[in-house]
Design a protein around this ligand. Structure first.
Ligand code: SAH
Length: 422
């Protein structure tokens, strides 16, 4: 979502005749787009702000947008008096105001609107993998999570707005569409005639666009994986056989305290239904270790669920207490050294499973999306249907395409392959 927000901000600056520079000392405007999900990210923002302040031109406009801006509000001006603007994740479309009136300070951390999606200029060219936000905010209130406070309650964009953006992306270069939302599978929009649209409707409609070859969505909440959506995996071949469906923990007691009210059986039932719909589907997850009160045996259960589901690619984090969240004041907070130890054990286990899956792909031929040349410009980078990176040692070609790639080697992080001649 932050990457997407960054694109829209860049498109707006571009439309105003500004061009990008790599050098802070050359910039006329510097914007830090920020994440508040874990404390470390928030702390980084302030050290980065200090660095930018020291390097920038004295008259350069300088500010923060996104969730940290929303969280610290006017306090940001007290900590860094040189800041010109502080704009929350739902008000960065107010950036033109500061360009028009550079001497005034601008603070807007309001929530509750989706105007930003429509008020900023559209991008004139789209990346081969284009993100399309369909929903913002979250109503789930997991006890560790700051997102409901920073991005607010769930709001779904209209079906027509989403489809307009999707078609525009397809016409300007997108081959893959990734629908975005903090609770993306909770997407629900009712039009003026009372017709309700769900994520499955967006997928069905998007699949009809000839330029679009692949569709995916993130992030999903397990119990919002409704049957209409699961069915899409069986009837819509453009929907990739890959789903990020975070479980967070494998211990029922911890899940309860996280306010994630699903049982392990319920979660496994959803996975089984998904596998019935698309036998080759693979799942990834997010995990939090060291949640308050997590015992050794709770942690063991997280390792067990990882072994059972065989997630092919996951993100795991040490629990980080966040302001205003219920878990931050729960008893039995876990010491840092134990969190660190558990994270290392979980990461090692997840890494082994990922490597085994990747190695199992050797010899297979898969339709892969060409994303562009690698950093050296010598090789091509492809993305498999399971979102693995696959490097092909062949000179890059200019056109973006789906090609059949034969996988020839694998390690934990990526695959090697060659263009299939069959
Ligand atoms: N559903 C959201 C989740 C965003 S946060 C979305 O994708 O937009 C991404 C992941 O960060 C979560 O799934 C969770 O595993 C982790 N996370 C969230 N809050 C956290 C916290 N307080 N400490 C550690 N990890 C956290």
């Amino acid at each position: 979502m932050n990457v997407y927000d960054g694109w829209r901000i860049a498109a707006m600056l571009d439309a105003r005749g500004l061009a990008a520079t790599d050098k802070i000392s050359d910039a006329d405007i510097i914007i830090l787009n920020t994440c508040a999900v874990r404390e470390k990210a928030t702390n980084k923002v302030f050290s980065e702000l200090g660095r930018v302040r020291d390097e920038k031109k004295s008259d350069a406009l300088f500010g923060i947008v996104g969730c940290v801006a929303r969280e610290v509000g006017a306090g940001a001006f007290r900590r860094i008096p040189e800041l010109n603007f502080v704009l929350g994740p739902q008000s960065y479309h107010r950036l033109p105001d500061i360009l028009d009136n550079p001497d005034a300070r601008l603070l807007n951390i309001d929530l509750g609107g989706l105007e930003k999606f429509d008020e900023l200029p559209q991008m004139t060219s789209s990346p081969v993998v284009s993100y399309i936000p369909i929903q913002e905010g979250c109503n789930h209130c997991c006890t560790y999570c700051i997102v409901p406070y920073t991005r607010g309650r769930e709001l779904s964009r209209s079906f027509d707005d989403v489809m307009r953006d999707t078609i525009a992306a397809a016409k300007t270069g997108a081959v893959e569409i990734c629908f975005l939302g903090q609770n993306v599978n909770g997407y629900k929009y009712t039009d003026e005639n009372g017709r309700e649209f769900r994520l499955s409707d967006l997928i069905r409609e998007t699949a009809k666009i000839p330029e679009i070859k692949r569709i995916r969505f993130t992030s999903s909440y397990p119990t919002e994986m409704t049957d209409d959506l699961i069915q899409m995996f069986s009837i819509e071949p453009k929907l990739l056989p890959f789903l990020n469906m975070p479980i967070q923990s494998g211990a029922p007691d911890v899940l309860k305290r996280m306010n994630r009210p699903y049982s392990l059986d319920g979660y496994m039932d959803i996975i089984n239904k998904l596998r019935l719909a698309r036998p080759d589907i693979q799942i990834s997850s997010d995990f939090i270790v060291g949640f308050p009160g997590e015992s050794d045996s709770d942690f063991e259960q997280t390792l067990e669920i990882a072994n059972r589901v065989r997630y092919i690619n996951s993100y795991s984090f040490k629990y980080s207490p966040r302001p205003r969240t219920a878990a931050a004041i729960m008893p039995n907070q876990i010491p840092e050294n134990i969190k660190k130890e558990r994270l290392a054990i979980l990461d090692a286990r997840l890494g082994e499973i990922q490597r085994e899956f990747n190695e199992g792909c050797v010899g297979r031929t898969m339709p892969c999306l060409y994303e562009g040349p690698d950093k050296t410009g010598k090789y091509m980078i492809f993305r498999t249907p399971y979102m693995q990176q696959c490097i092909v040692k062949d000179s890059p070609r200019a056109d973006y395409k789906i090609l059949n790639i034969k996988i020839t080697a694998a390690n934990k992080a990526s695959l090697r392959g060659e263009i299939s001649q069959d």
